[in-house]
Design a protein around this ligand. Structure first.
Ligand code: ADP
Ligand code: MG
Length: 592
């Protein structure tokens, strides 16, 4: 008969290490999080071979005294869970697992000096064998030196990837923490080369340092609050996106987390303005009362569980939509680093300039700049400039956000002069967006018309999926689709939105909706599909490139763009216009 026995402490720690310390990046994460919890304002990370052979993490935090140092390597010894309450966690760590786990698989030396203390101490631990604390020299703060990670567990060592790949993971960890803690300086040195250096800065500055310089001028702030939950951060303008979802960061109470919720919400919020294969860049921070979120659900705390995920989801969606509505008239900046680009046209424009009631606009044309151009035009081009003729002089030049049309060129682009620069408009892209918004508005006003199917369509699904989908039946009906249960494992589709009637494979549509319900719990998908179809239709219904417009038509288009939400990009996330200020132009000519 097998004898049951209690496993030795070191083995227990190695088992925990197997779960918590997957690779060097995971060890770095735990150590840097400890430094953050210790109130450090400067954290230096020195790695050799991506941390495989050595990592030294040094901070200027509160440090540890003799007692702390003697205890910190004990399993489940922590200074952070003072009230024994797992729902009141205010620190990144709380389990007292990281140090003993790392120490059980490596050679670790910890030197520390408590804030205000006159002496420093050090402890050493080899593969879980701890040696007593000794006096040491160390400035205030803590320095942890980890050599030969996983030497005590060779199996794990074998599974490590190349230095390059492991180092990428470390960088990602530092980047995530750096975004949340903009008030801490981070320095990462790899094989004696400085790889990252983040200085203390404001939140957006720090996020841009991580995401890339272009993020700042191409981002919009997100800031909403409801039911004690605050959402803040920054999201890219729809015209500034990536081909993958790697720059989408979510933080819950400053803890970097992965959450499938975010992906779904982003897809929904940007659905109107971004084609499917493009992903916005975001760094969003959710702050909520500690007891609304359980962080103790994942070994490395990379995931959390919300008490009310639906509230969080709605707030994120609302916050992003609001930002997109407010800033969507802008395109990503051609020339980054201009601060004053965020103008909300629709709201900042004086009422009397509203385009709907704008029969007689006084088109202004700036004489000084016009003259030389017209001379060039006479000699070089024959026709395109003829539109200038329609532009009449005016005493008072109204300052429209998108300016007054000067010319059309290459039969698709409009050049307009604004108060402080010029605007180039892609007339086809712009018109497409206008038609799309108009179609959406009329859809909203008149409701979605349903069409009864002559032959109802039966779609086979799993039993679970059927009940999930039927829970959404009412929502689906609002979006124009009527379904009923059909036995346990199928639904029958009786009515569909007219606009989709002949254009969609109903089987595929229902299955896609079912996937979505399973994934994110609701069926935004149908609206998304309808909008997608509207987008396609509007693309065909728009002014083709190649149509010549006269000045009135061009100006009318500009005025409509100012009035239309999201007119800064076409339905696919391409910009509809590019704005160049005089400053930009002078920079292009290297006058600045
Ligand atoms: P946890 O972070 O979950 O408490 P750890 O094993 O990571 O567990 O750390 C154990 C304890 O060691 C911490 O609670 C803290 O008191 C102390 N400690 C670890 N790292 C540092 C540090 N860099 N500065 C000060 N104290 C630290
Ligand atoms: Mg810790």
């Amino acid at each position: 008969m097998a004898v049951i026995r209690q496993l030795p402490e070191t083995l227990v720690n190695q088992i925990a290490a197997g779960e918590v310390i997957e690779n060097p990046a995971a060890a770095v994460k735990e150590l840097v999080e400890n430094s953050i919890d210790a109130g450090a304002t400067r954290i230096t990370i020195h790695l050799t071979q991506a941390g495989k052979s050595r990592m030294v993490i040094e901070d200027n935090g509160i440090g540890m005294d003799f007692n702390g140092l003697s205890l910190c390597l004990m399993r489940h010894a922590t200074s952070k869970l003072q009230n024994d309450d797992l729902l009141a966690i205010y620190s990144l760590g709380f389990r007292g697992e990281a140090l003993p786990s790392i120490a059980s698989v490596s050679r670790m030396t910890i030197q520390s000096r408590a804030r205000g203390a006159s002496e420093a101490w050090s402890v050493e631990c080899h593969a879980g064998e701890m040696m007593g604390a000794k006096p040491s020299s160390q400035k205030e703060g803590t320095r942890i030196d980890v050599r030969d990670l996983f030497y005590a567990t060779p199996a794990r060592l074998k599974f490590l990837k190349s230095d390059r790949a492991e180092f990428m993971l470390v960088k990602e960890i530092i980047n995530r923490l750096a975004m949340a803690y903009h008030d801490i300086e981070f320095i990462l040195i790899h094989d004696d080369k400085k790889s990252l250096h983040y200085h203390v800065s404001d939140p957006l500055e720090r996020i841009a340092a991580v995401m890339g310089r272009d993020f700042k001028p191409s981002s919009m702030p997100v800031d909403v609050e409801a039911e004690g939950i605050a959402l803040s951060g920054f999201a890219s303008l729809p015209t500034f996106h990536k081909g993958n979802a790697k720059s989408q960061y979510l933080f819950v109470n400053k803890r970097p987390v992965r959450d499938r919720l975010l992906m779904g919400v982003l897809r929904g919020a940007y659905a109107d303005v971004l084609a499917g294969q493009n992903y916005p860049l975001v760094a969003l921070f959710i702050n909520l009362p500690q007891d609304h979120v359980d962080v103790n659900v994942h070994p490395t705390k990379a995931e959390v569980r919300f008490k009310n995920p639906q509230t969080i989801r709605n707030l994120m969606f609302y916050g992003l939509q609001k930002a997109i509505r407010e800033y969507g008239n802008e395109s990503a900046s051609l020339l980054p680093s201009q601060e004053s680009r965020f103008v909300n046209y629709s709201s900042s424009m004086p009422k009397h300039l509203s385009s709907a009631a704008m029969p007689q606009v006084n088109y202004a044309f700036p004489e000084s700049t016009f003259q030389p151009q017209s001379r060039v035009a006479e000699t070089t081009y024959n026709e395109p400039i003829q539109n200038f003729d329609n532009i009449t002089k005016a005493q008072e030049q109204p300052h429209y956000p998108l300016g007054s049309a000067l010319a059309q060129f290459h039969e698709n682009y409009i050049l307009a002069q604004t108060k402080d620069g010029i605007v180039l408009v892609d007339q086809h892209a712009a018109h497409e967006r206008l038609v799309y918004e108009r179609m959406k508005t009329s859809l909203k006003e008149q409701g979605i018309k349903r069409q009864i199917l002559l032959v109802p369509e039966v779609v086979n699904l799993s039993i679970d999926t059927v009940s999930l989908l039927l829970e959404q039946a009412e929502l689906l009906e609002q979006a124009g689709m009527v379904i009923e249960g059909f036995g346990d494992d199928a639904v029958i589709v009786r009515e569909v939105p007219v606009i989709l009637a002949d254009k969609m494979n109903i089987q595929m549509l229902v299955k896609a909706l079912a996937d979505e319900v399973e994934d994110i719990g609701t069926v935004d998908g149908l609206n998304e599909k309808i909008n997608h179809l509207l987008a396609t239709l509007s693309c065909h219904g728009s002014v083709r490139s190649g149509r010549r417009l006269n000045a009135e038509e061009m100006n009318a288009l500009l005025r409509q763009m100012e009035e239309t939400p999201l007119s800064g990009q076409c339905n696919h996330g391409r910009p509809t216009m590019i704005r160049l200020s005089l400053d930009d132009i002078e920079r292009l000519f290297k006058r600045q």
